[in-house]
Design a protein around this ligand. Structure first.
Ligand code: ADP
Ligand code: MG
Length: 261
């Protein structure tokens, strides 16, 4: 390339905001000459470099905005440890088709069985497909709500929580929800109904949801909307967190009858 041509190409790339191509143009032009690429091959590689760099940037940005407490993937999940989970069902959820239809996913089970891990892994899979995700625990939601209510910001918050295509609400059931929280949750679930998906994790079965809410009518209305188009994954099994401890015999003494003598 002549200097003038080279400068014009670089200037045009800059004006078109194609930020990745300038870094790899020289190398790709050399490869094209070396391997006798067709013009179309060359163009394909150049565009591909830009597209993949943009995707990486998008993933990094969406991951930051999602506020995931840690990063876990499905490949890090040991399905053999938790046989009550059908791997096929989780892999189907990881296609994120449920998000396209505004459907919900409920992950229920006792502590340590991998509810948060699976919710995050689905969030990570969603981000890889450029789906916006926001994670928050129900405890954090409550704190936020009480602050918002004092500062007259509830409507604004509700609108913000309706924006992400996938909202992950973790740990429903560890705290009772007062009337304000229940009303807000009802509004949130109603507004997102069939439009924006929710993944909700809970240590309580549906039958026990009455214990979480002071208001049973609201509890029923929230469950009704959450469950209408949804997939429930009931996880029954042992805590993965305690697995290592159990292996090391920490729980041995608790479970074994005291030795005579
Ligand atoms: P829960 O939310 O159900 O209380 P977590 O998802 O927080 O449980 O899991 C506790 C810890 O154990 C996390 O570090 C998680 O990555 C890990 N974990 C749980 N289940 C599995 C599993 N089947 N395979 C691999 N890691 C697991
Ligand atoms: Mg959890």
């Amino acid at each position: 390339m002549t200097d003038l041509l080279y400068q014009r190409v670089q200037a045009s790339l800059g004006r078109l905001k194609l930020a990745r191509i300038p870094d790899c143009l020289d190398r790709l032009a050399e490869d094209a000459a070396k391997h006798n690429w067709t013009y179309l091959d060359f163009l394909d590689r150049v565009l591909e470099a830009e597209v993949s760099a943009r995707h990486e940037r998008d993933v990094a940005m969406k991951t930051k905005l999602a506020h995931l407490p840690f990063l876990k993937t499905l490949d890090e999940f040991d399905f053999t440890f938790q046989p009550s989970i059908q791997e096929r069902q989780i892999r189907e959820l990881a296609t994120l088709r449920f998000v396209a239809h505004g459907e919900n996913v409920l992950l229920l089970g006792p502590p340590g069985v991998g509810k948060t891990h699976l919710a995050i892994a689905l969030g990570v899979a969603a981000i890889a497909q450029s789906i916006s995700v926001y994670f928050l625990t129900v405890g954090d939601l409550l704190d936020m709500l009480h602050r918002d209510a004092k500062e007259d910001r509830l409507t604004h918050r509700l609108a913000a929580l309706c924006k992400p295509k996938l909202l992950i609400l973790d740990e429903m059931g560890y705290f009772p929800l007062d009337r304000l929280a229940a009303q807000f949750l009802f509004q949130l679930v109603s507004r997102r109904y069939l439009k924006g998906s929710i993944i909700l994790t809970s240590n309580k079965s549906y039958g026990e949801w009455g214990d979480i809410f002071a208001d049973q009518v609201l509890a029923a209305a929230i469950l009704d909307r959450l469950l209408h188009v949804s997939t429930t994954v009931n996880i029954r099994g042992q805590s993965y967190r305690l697995r290592e401890k159990r292996k090391a015999g920490v729980f041995h003494e608790l479970n074994e009858p005291p030795k005579e003598g």
